[in-house]
Design a protein around this ligand. Structure first.
Ligand code: ADP
Ligand code: MG
Length: 319
């Protein structure tokens, strides 16, 4: 059976060339990195546990992709450019076809964003994947959760609710195969909004990525920015697949409370909107205005076509 070190060499030590700010990567006690003077380092860690964050049904390639995508989404949510990643992998056994697919999914995404795998750890145990990703900012400006101001417009990139829909057996069963496939693609292969995050860094006010559901995540901005908000439920952006699979209100409920969207949620002063529209058009990312920050204590006021409604608000709760 493949030993630990040839496993690392065969499946993980295969990116060339390395970034030029990596002096030493896989193979020594530590990696050695050289950010430029003045740059800020942004650092995030996320763990995916078998049976909690994914099931074997996803397949190893998707698991590798998603383990990195959720971390790159956090880097994007700060407005930073992702640079390096470390991988702590716990495996029940050495399954080479699994490792080949897993590493291909992970490294394909890393290569696409110019991110170098600089090291990690490999242990035996129940399948779990922890990635630490690091990104760079050219200066102190970034997208923080506490930077929202009353009066800011609230926007979200892309569309919401597809991944949550893919987890509803009844909805999936009544949908055409093509729709099922599009919803599953969003669940298994989320695309981190790296270009959009970088484009918004110096323009937007508050920002974060939507991972636990829009309502729960917007709640974090409200708390940290000490604002209330109105959210226009009929404006939540839904994909064509989700529209095909649901009626309008069911779709909006999934967009509000689902999770695993990995879109960017941001607030912006009215005076910066034209600049933002130009920047996101250049980045090739769609966006939708979905509400407004208000003065007051953190509270989310929901409306449907102008009328106040009290839909249940949930979001992913970890414990
Ligand atoms: P140490 O015992 O000094 O911590 P290890 O023997 O655990 O080092 O790892 C050897 C090298 O392989 C290190 O550079 C480490 O960062 C790297 N490494 C270990 N596991 C992985 C992995 N899953 N992916 C990428 N690099 C890894
Ligand atoms: Mg060591």
């Amino acid at each position: 059976m493949l030993g630990e070190f040839s496993l690392i060499d065969t499946y993980f030590n295969r990116q060339t060339p390395l970034r030029d700010d990596v002096e030493l990567a896989i193979g020594d006690d530590c990696a050695l990195l050289c950010p430029r003077p003045g740059q800020r380092l942004v650092v995030t860690t996320d763990t995916l546990v078998d049976g909690v964050h994914f099931t074997a049904a996803a397949g190893p390639r998707a698991i590798g992709h998603k383990a990195l995508a959720v971390n790159l989404s956090d880097i994007a949510a700060m407005g930073a450019q992702p640079a390096w990643l470390s991988l702590a992998l716990t495996l029940p056994d050495v399954d080479e076809p699994w490792l080949a697919q897993f590493s291909a999914g992970l490294l394909e995404l890393a290569d696409r964003y110019g991110v170098t795998l600089i090291g990690g750890d490999t242990t035996r145990g129940p399948l779990s994947i922890t990635i630490t990703a690091q990104g760079l900012l050219d200066d102190a400006r970034c997208l923080r959760r506490d930077a929202g101001q009353p009066g800011d417009w609230i926007y979200v990139t892309g569309t919401l609710g597809d991944a949550a829909a893919a987890l509803q057996p009844e909805l999936m069963n009544r949908s055409p195969v093509a729709v099922q496939q599009q919803l599953l693609q969003r669940l298994y292969y989320p695309e981190p909004r790296v270009e959009a995050g970088c484009a918004l860094r110096t323009i937007a006010a508050a920002g974060m990525d939507v991972s636990d559901g829009l309502a729960a995540d917007l709640g974090h901005i409200l708390k940290r920015s000490r604002c209330a908000a109105e959210l226009w439920l009929e404006s939540l952006p839904l994909s064509a697949a989700l529209r095909a699979a649901t009626d309008e209100q069911e779709g909006a409920r999934l967009a509000l409370n689902g999770g695993d969207d990995y879109e960017l949620l941001f607030t912006i002063a009215g005076s910066r909107v034209a600049e933002m529209e130009q920047a996101l058009a250049t980045a090739g990312v769609t966006y939708q205005r979905i509400g407004r920050l208000l003065s007051g204590s953190p509270q989310l006021n929901l409306t449907w076509q102008g009328q106040r409604v009290t839909w249940p608000v949930s979001g992913f709760v970890h414990f």
